[in-house]
Write a protein that binds this ligand. Structure first.
Ligand SMILES: [Zn+2]
Length: 191
């Protein structure tokens, strides 16, 4: 039962929560009810991007919002295809790879005196490249892909880290509750 992130909802009656388990999925989830008449774009207003990055723990410049929106839909297509056991478009996978490889190439390996391990430090991390790096690490991790799943109600993406991989909802308090109420209503009407 995650706490809502303080994004400006405009006139939308709903909340945004970090339920994905990793930034790339939470970033793809910056659209609620994608493809339905309830669809809402959480990058509107644009100031929400910086609030999201803060909440998701991504340290980066926000950059161009139009480009972020376009990339968000690339991620959603790829990950939802994988959830549906379909093969994502190779152009979409390549786009993630290009951005991630560019971000890697721009990094310096730094080993501070007394540090226990070296770290890759970015010169100018942008939200676009940081999210792309995370998406690439998900795509190259077979165990992560095995756990990739989507809410049965709203199709938000998440890593199902439950032991038997039986998580059904983004949040049982939201979509789980809605689905239970609907089933209860349908049963009472059927009687
Ligand atoms: Zn949901």
């Amino acid at each position: 039962m995650a706490e809502p992130v303080a994004l400006d909802p405009g006139s939308y009656r709903g909340t945004y929560k970090l339920i994905g388990g990793t930034p790339a999925l939470d970033f793809a989830n910056l659209v609620s009810y994608r493809g339905t008449d309830r669809q809402h774009d959480w990058l509107d207003p644009e100031g929400n991007a910086a609030t999201w990055a803060d909440a998701a723990g991504v340290v980066a410049f926000v950059g161009d919002i139009a480009e972020l929106r376009e990339f968000r839909e690339v991620l959603a297509r790829v990950f939802l295809d994988l959830v549906d056991r379909a093969t994502p478009a190779s152009s979409d996978v390549s786009r993630i790879g290009e951005l991630a490889a560019g971000a890697r190439g721009d990094r310096r390996l730094v080993l501070e005196a007394g540090a226990t391990a070296a770290t890759w430090t970015a010169r100018a991390p942008t939200l676009l490249t940081e999210v792309a790096l995370d998406a690439a690490s998900v795509l190259t991790d077979a165990e992560a892909l095995r756990r990739l799943s989507a809410c049965q109600e709203c199709r938000w993406l998440f890593m199902d880290t439950s032991r038997n991989r039986r998580r059904q909802w983004c949040d049982p308090a939201d979509c789980g509750n809605r689905a239970r109420q609907r089933r209860h209503y349908e049963r009472s009407v059927a009687r």
